[in-house]
Design a protein around this ligand. Structure first.
Ligand code: NAD
Length: 511
């Protein structure tokens, strides 16, 4: 084992698949910082060992604190896959190098990744997706895209409810501070790394308030960076163009779910999902990981590509203020790829020279430490600043807010919206009348279409006749009481407010 041959003080001993691995550090220079490490599930332990071997051989200076996360922790009854004591390590080191974990399917379990990102406020997820042509097969040899994914909000808030027999709901939350932080980060990243253009991807033609906010914040912040080009695309055509012509993109900034999807697409078309790293950055800490999962189909076979985690560790070294070690590791890795030393996922008969296992690939990188690639462009991190900083969010003065109506959501198993409207009109007040009923967002009363399919979930809008006319919470409570007295089952209500005179709610489709 490489590490045990080089160093002589054991700081970790770990058994898996009947092999004892030892990481020892006494001959390393004095550690400057402790990094929390998790070996994860599936291929995680193999790619983490490969990565740590390379980092230690390159002279990376950090101490290691190992925590256990993932499958075994879930199985011990911790619903987020992490034990409370592990938070102490994360909160004290504030730097986490994490191998992928297996998230159990089904209810009762929460995603560990989402929990860590949100708990530590790691708002920016940076995912460079680069082609290494002609050494790694790709149809997009000039591709070099960085995806800056918002990391804490959107549908990943994980607030889901079953509302009726037939309907589940997931809340999509987009906030101004969240948008400002991620968009500022994207432009600062572009500036620091000499990138020319930032493209924003949203679906604001449909989600006018949530994605609309992201887009409008992008437009505001783009104005502050006249030296960097900016553009916006609707996510569907943006994703299609990314898959077809990734060379036209430079930096992409996008909400959480779209970023998750397009970064996997981008990594795969660049060469392999196994090669893309991910840095999760916040003001108080950072987590570095590969973008791929635990690939249980490959676990324990010494075949997984460790490059995604290794390149994430390169980002970590820059974050730790060790840019020259980062540069050394990255250039040795580029040289290995250029020499045709490949794992199976990027191996191509004829153009690759050798197909190696995870450990042997790592050893090949170690042998090349100190070398630079001849054909691929060498990286230069020596001058890299430690961190990107953004202006802290300043909460603006409060807007004037007028309550002007309420959407009441009902669980109702009948089919005819006219019957429902009659029941509700019997419960309404003169200055808070029923104005619309929708089913799955489509207007079905008044004047709906017979063809519209209706499920058992109805949104019933009561709106003050003059949109400027304020109503009170007491009126809403009275309305809900009367609705309940008619025997109707209300699930929830959403207040309808004007903010500085502008409606803070959308129309129904077909309204
Ligand atoms: P996955 O990314 O684990 O694997 C998809 C396929 O990609 C694999 O079958 C494999 O062929 C290939 N692949 C992935 N990593 C590779 C590598 N390093 N080298 C070579 N090939 C590689 O996705 P999945 O199968 O959908 O998910 C498996 C598990 O991972 C699930 O439990 C999922 O929840 C979890 N997951 C975890 C993370 C994380 O911890 N950050 C991220 C995504 C998925």
């Amino acid at each position: 084992m490489y590490l045990s041959a080089c160093y002589n003080t054991i700081v970790r001993q770990k058994n898996y698949e009947s092999e004892t691995i030892m990481i020892v550090t006494s001959q390393l220079p004095k550690p400057r910082q402790t990094v929390t490490i998790a070996f994860g599930d599936g291929i995680g332990p193999e790619i983490m060992d490969a990565t740590l071997n390379i980092l230690m051989a390159a002279g990376a200076e950090f101490d290691i604190d190992i925590i256990e996360i993932g499958k075994s922790v879930y199985q011990r009854g911790f619903s987020s896959g992490i034990e409370p004591s592990s938070w102490d390590s994360l909160r004290s080191t504030r730097v986490f190098l994490k191998a992928p974990i297996t998230t159990p399917q089904g209810g009762g379990f929460k995603s560990l990744n989402v929990t860590i990102r949100k708990s530590l406020d790691l708002y920016a997820n940076i995912r460079p997706c680069v082609a290494y042509a002609p050494f790694v097969k790709t149809r997009h040899p000039a591709m070099n895209v960085v995806i800056v994914r918002e990391n804490e909000e959107d549908l990943y808030a994980g607030i889901e409810h079953r509302q009726t027999d037939e309907v589940m709901q997931c809340l999509k939350l987009i906030t101004r501070p969240g948008c400002e932080k991620i968009v500022r980060y994207a432009f600062e990243y572009a500036k620091k790394y000499g990138r020319k253009k930032v493209t924003c991807l949203t679906k604001d033609n449909i989600m006018k308030l949530t994605d609309g906010l992201f887009h409008s914040v992008f437009d505001e912040i783009a104005l502050l960076h006249p030296d960097i080009q900016n553009e916006h695309m609707i996510i569907d055509i943006g994703a299609a163009r990314l898959a077809d012509t990734p060379e036209m993109f430079d930096v992409i900034v996008t909400p959480n779910l779209y970023g998750d999807i397009v970064s996997d697409i981008a990594a795969q078309i660049a060469g392999s999902v196994g090669m893309a790293p991910s840095a999760n950055i916040g003001d108080h800490g950072a987590m570095f990981e590969a973008i791929h999962g635990s690939a249980p189909d490959l676990a324990g076979q010494n075949v997984a590509n460790p490059s995604g985690l290794l390149l994430a560790a390169v980002q970590m070294l820059i974050h730790l203020g060790q840019p020259s070690i980062a540069e050394k590791v990255h250039n040795a890795w580029l040289r290995t790829i250029e020499d045709g030393i490949h794992t199976f996922d990027i191996y191509t008969e004829g153009s690759s020279h050798q197909c190696l296992g995870t450990k042997e690939f790592a050893e090949s990188v170690i042998v090349r430490l100190g070398q630079i690639p001849h054909i691929l462009a060498p990286v230069k991190y020596r001058e890299a600043e430690q961190k990107i900083t953004i202006i802290p969010y300043q909460r603006p003065p409060a807007l004037s807010k007028d309550l002007v109506g309420v959407d009441v959501f009902l669980h109702w198993r009948e089919k005819d919206p006219k019957v429902l409207a009659q029941l509700l009109q019997a419960a309404q007040e003169t200055n808070l009348p029923l104005t619309m009923v929708t089913n799955r967002g489509v207007k079905v009363w008044p004047e709906g279409l017979a063809e519209t399919f209706c499920t058992d979930h109805w949104r019933c809008r009561f709106l003050s006749p003059l949109s400027a006319h304020k109503i009170s919470h007491a009126q809403i409570l009275g309305l809900l009481t009367r609705i309940s007295e008619t025997g109707l089952d209300f699930i929830k209500c959403e207040n309808l407010c004007n903010f500085d005179g502008q409606p803070g709610f959308t129309l129904g489709q077909g309204q």
